[in-house]
Design a protein around this ligand. Structure first.
Ligand SMILES: [Zn+2]
Length: 142
């Protein structure tokens, strides 16, 4: 499935998710989580991957893109530990990581991982979750 604005308006993807945000640039992401996929954008013109979602490619300015599922093992690029305020559905404290997959950085919670186990460079995998009605994901140490 390809998206974009060349020639005609981007097709509106049916909202199948319960995330608080909804729009033509983000519904693919939340619908992907409902399907157990962590989707980012891949430029149809030059193949550059990008995240977070944006209307156009930063490398070639093309507005055409397709969803690309991240899989496999990423690497912790950076992280922090959230202590306060308490967040519904999350234990405190819990780590939050910026992980790199295929050269693209993605922010994700790492609830369920001990903060002392965190380190830059460690491998992580994607685990799909539900947070209330909304589909989500977390990273876990590989
Ligand atoms: Zn491009």
């Amino acid at each position: 499935m390809s998206y974009g604005s060349s020639g005609s308006a981007a097709p509106a993807e049916e909202k199948r998710h319960h995330a608080p945000l909804s729009g033509k640039d983000t519904d693919f992401y939340y619908n992907g989580l409902e399907d157990g996929q962590l989707l980012i954008q891949k430029c149809d013109a030059c193949g550059t991957l990008r995240n977070p979602p944006s209307p156009g490619c930063g490398a070639c300015s093309s507005m055409d893109w397709s969803p690309h599922a991240l899989t496999g093992t990423g690497t912790i690029y950076s992280y922090t530990v959230h202590y306060h305020p308490p967040l519904p559905g999350f234990a405190s404290p819990h780590p939050i990581a910026v992980a790199e997959f295929e050269g693209v950085r993605v922010v994700g919670a790492m609830d369920g991982t001990e903060p002392a186990a965190m380190a830059i460079g460690k491998p992580v995998t994607i685990e799909f979750t539900r947070r209330g009605e909304a589909a989500g994901f977390r990273f876990k140490l590989a």
